[in-house]
Write a protein that binds this ligand. Structure first.
Ligand SMILES: [Zn+2]
Length: 188
């Protein structure tokens, strides 16, 4: 199903995993949910399975994603979030009608009001973003040290000194770049 499409970058925080469906915003931006079906795929692996998604719903999702990105970026630099981003995040949160349910195994699941209600899934993501941005969750919003990325990510490390949104991608690339620069500096 994912053939020909860029892979997802999934983290442990729903809201920032969602913003990571667009990467390299300051470089050659890579859209990881280019089609409605890819949003369906992303929601499925994120515990918010829906049956289908329309083009209009994909647009709503991307609008929410960029609003979360803008508000999270502002929070990371201790600035007030843009008013338009706040309005969109709140609209999505208010209009979502998903319910948290406890499974017999004692884990949480999200129950959507109907299987094609992408809006319910977006409501869950918006509410998660509110929790992260408002500072009520244990962690700290920070901006990725990669100049072409600068993604806002949620640092839950003990020391709160994580530098990259993703160690395997941005962190690794920065390390390699530094290694190559050092190699070039060697005499001979
Ligand atoms: Zn990054």
């Amino acid at each position: 199903m994912s053939a020909g499409f860029p892979d997802f970058r999934l983290g442990s925080v729903l809201a920032t995993s969602f913003t990571a469906t667009l990467t390299e915003r300051r470089g050659e931006a890579l859209e990881r949910i280019p089609t409605p079906q890819r949003l369906v795929d992303w929601l499925a692996v994120s515990g918010l399975a829906v049956d289908s998604c329309t083009g209009a719903q994909l647009e709503l999702a991307r609008e929410l994603r960029e609003s979360i990105h803008a508000a999270a970026t502002a929070a990371a630099i201790h600035a007030a979030p843009p008013a338009s981003a706040v309005r969109i995040i709140n609209d999505r949160s208010i209009q979502g009608r998903a319910a948290a349910v406890l499974t017999p195994e004692g884990t949480r699941e999200w129950r959507l009001s109907s299987p094609d209600c992408v809006e319910d899934a977006l409501g869950v993501i918006a509410a998660d973003a509110i929790g992260v941005i408002s500072g009520e969750r244990d962690g700290k919003l920070a901006l990725c040290a990669s100049p072409t990325c600068q993604a806002a990510f949620f640092d839950t490390s003990q020391s709160r000194t994580r530098k990259w949104c993703d160690m395997g991608t941005c962190g690794n690339r920065q390390k390699k770049a530094r290694f190559n620069a050092n190699q070039r500096k060697d005499p001979g």
